[in-house]
Design a protein around this ligand. Structure first.
Ligand code: BDP
Length: 675
């Protein structure tokens, strides 16, 4: 959204002509007004034109913006397709009398998304000649989850403090929040929950008269960009702030209390989205305390919200965080499925389950959560983590879109071939009423938003992928790079390559073969192989002198592998067929076990860790070659982060290799130094 001046004269003239006059066939208020304002900003900055806004159709060149709620057009042969809420079309119409670019939105938000697409095309230098674009988002709910606390800290935030809060209150100066709303809507995000899922005392009061006027200010601001506001709530709020002695979801006084709380919220925010809930998880209160289940808890809130069109987004990140590592009968990986699968069909229509992409917790490599596809009668959305908690905390470069795409493209086989996760979460596989994608944000009040300037690609890419799940990681990376650093071919190809390689590089020098963890407890930055090994979090690798890995097979292990549909269940169960990259997630093997790659496990560990460091050094060199081609400030920032990454990758390499050398006693076949 820098809207840098367009250098290509032809493109500049073409768009300059078309945008010098803009006819708006819609009321210039709310989202349409925000869209037009954004268009003017972009046109002035990129094309150096001052568009005239008109209501009458002129002669010659112009841009025609229309809002047609029941617009329809042919999508495929013989098939009529109505413009959905957020959809838009963008096409050039040329006749002898006129040269018109026509943008039709199926709603005001559709107009806004169309405007952003147009601005993207201008800055990417895509010609308007013969343009025919028909865009409809893959997912209906495209959510951002802030893990921001009222004291301005951010749980797992790596880019400064919160832009939403200061000293226990919502900020007065909302200019940064407005820019954030612009950023989010530019990539199609349409929902935001503005406080941490771990709701502390202050945020518990967000749903009271004390805070609601301020919350409403933020809702107004986001509304102008087509973004609906949600709040994370504390399940024990009836006790904490309501003075009741129970939060039992089946208790009438509790239900009445929530009913009142909800009606008060809607007085302030008539289009309030609803609640995001972390319950019975990591010491958060929930229905289990009263002998009730998650359906009881979620449905109670859903009934309170239903009259107003609100929804409950209930998280499935539920497991026993007090388990004993010696107890091999429990397995944290199994937990979400075991808690929620039996409840399929019991949730109200306005409840959505939010499921983390993997069964554990945003590790660099995990299998796909087996819950996707397993609940045919329950609305569900996937949860990703943009903030790089376990993937280098925005000090290391780790472009996560390829990881997320692998999950979306995973064929669950729930109804046979073609049951991809992206069809589960788009709602098309089972015909869900609500569905979509959510992710934990990676921004803070750092000037560059994300700490590491290249980490912005994850925020951008998340939105784009959520809008269109079929875009490739490369397409997204290239768009972002061009709009961020300009169209210089060396810069574009270098940054693109760095982004695309970064996730495998990070994986190479951190925990191997899908086993995960091995990080400093609590902070989750830096290696500590046994940091979580003997604690109660269910996060083990079981390394001893003979071997490493978690046996999650049905035959001899925890049985997790059996939660998948065939043929995945059999594939993961099989030592021979389990993919190498997940081997230690599913199997405990001797160090000399041979991978499908032909290498032994121990040699794979050594090789990838040496390689990962070399690759990190290569990233640094690639960037160094861009000196003078990228502005100094950003050049220096990225160079600083990459230097830290190299140093830190060496540390990871040495800790991991030394650990496994000492455990196994097996030397590196290539004779490299291991301490
Ligand atoms: C883990 C984080 C923790 C979150 C939790 C969650 O370490 O801070 O509260 O997930 O998702 O990744 O609720």
């Amino acid at each position: 959204m820098q809207y840098s001046p367009v250098e290509n004269q032809i493109i500049r003239n073409q768009y300059g002509r078309l945008l010098s006059r803009i006819v708006v066939d819609a009321e210039l208020t709310g989202v349409v007004a925000a869209a037009v304002e954004e268009l003017l900003r972009g046109a002035r900055s990129m094309l150096d034109v001052e568009p005239a806004i008109m209501t009458e159709i002129p002669k010659g060149s112009y841009l025609h913006i229309r809002l047609i709620e029941d617009a329809g057009y042919r999508r495929n042969e013989g098939q009529r397709w109505k413009l959905e809420r957020d959809a838009f079309t963008l096409r050039q119409v040329q006749t002898l009398e006129e040269d018109r670019l026509q943008l039709i939105g199926g709603s005001a938000a559709g107009v806004l998304y169309g405007v952003f697409e147009l601005l993207r095309f201008i800055s990417l230098g895509i010609s308007p000649e013969g343009l025919v674009i028909e865009e409809c988002p893959s997912n209906r709910l495209r959510m951002m989850n802030q893990w921001d606390n009222a004291d301005a800290t951010i749980e797992r935030g790596y880019a400064g403090n919160s832009i939403f809060y200061e000293s226990g209150r919502i900020v007065k100066d909302v200019s940064r929040v407005r820019d954030y709303a612009r950023l989010l809507s530019s990539v199609g995000i349409n929902g935001i929950s503005i406080n941490n899922v771990n709701v502390h005392d202050i945020e518990t009061s967000f749903i009271t008269d004390e805070f609601l006027p301020d919350v409403a200010r933020l809702a107004d601001l986001f509304r102008a960009y087509g973004i609906t506001l949600f709040l994370s709530i504390n399940f024990a709020a009836p006790i904490t702030i309501g003075g009741l002695d129970t939060a039992d979801p089946l208790d009438d006084t509790v239900r009445a209390w929530w009913g009142n709380a909800v009606s008060r919220i809607y007085e302030y925010i008539p289009d309030f989205g609803g609640f995001l809930v972390k319950a019975d998880s990591e010491h958060r209160p929930g229905p289990y305390a009263y002998g009730r289940d998650h359906a009881d808890g979620a449905n109670m809130l859903a009934e309170a919200l239903e009259t107003y069109g609100g929804i409950v987004i209930w998280r499935c990140f539920v497991y026993d965080c007090m388990q004993d590592w010696r107890d091999r009968t429990t397995d944290r990986a199994r937990a979400a499925y075991e808690h929620f699968k039996p409840l399929d069909g019991r949730f109200c229509d306005n409840v959505i389950l939010q499921i983390k992409n993997g069964p554990m917790d945003f590790q660099v490599r995990e299998p796909v959560s087996p819950l996707f596809g397993a609940m045919k009668d329950t609305n569900q959305i996937i949860e990703y983590q943009i903030t790089q908690e376990y993937t280098g905390q925005q000090r290391h470069l780790c472009y996560l879109i390829p990881q997320w795409k692998r999950v979306l493209d995973f064929d669950t086989q729930a109804t046979g071939a073609g049951s991809d996760v992206k069809r589960v979460v788009s709602g098309s596989l089972f015909g869900m009423k609500y569905s979509g994608i959510a992710a934990v944000s990676n921004i803070g009040d750092d000037e560059n938003w994300t700490g590491h300037p290249l980490a912005q690609a994850n925020l951008y890419g998340y939105g784009r992928l959520t809008w269109n799940s079929d875009l490739t990681s490369e397409e997204i990376a290239e768009e972002w790079t061009r709009m961020t650093f300009g169209n210089d071919i060396t810069v574009v190809s270098t940054v693109l390559q760095m982004l695309i390689q970064s996730w495998p590089i990070y994986e190479n020098y951190t925990s191997p073969l899908g086993v995960g963890w091995m990080v400093t407890p609590h902070y989750h930055y830096g290696p500590d192989v046994d940091g979580y090994e003997y604690s109660r979090w269910g996060t083990y690798h079981f390394a001893d002198r003979n071997g490493v890995g978690v046996d999650r097979t049905k035959a001899t292990g925890t049985g997790y592998a059996a939660q998948y549909f065939p043929p995945h269940a059999e594939m993961y169960e099989s030592l021979e067929r389990c993919p190498d990259e997940l081997l230690l997630f599913f199997h405990h093997v001797p160090y000399v076990h041979r991978l499908q790659s032909g290498k032994t496990v121990i040699q794979h560990i050594y090789d990838t860790h040496f390689l990962g460091v070399e690759q990190a050094e290569q990233l640094q060199q690639n960037w160094a070659a861009l000196s003078g081609l990228v502005d100094t400030a950003r050049y220096e920032q990225v160079a600083g982060r990459l230097a830290e990454q190299v140093e830190h990758a060496q540390y990871w390499r040495d800790v991991i290799n030394t650990y496994f050398y000492r455990k196994s006693g097996i030397p590196d076949v290539n004779g490299r130094t291991i301490y």
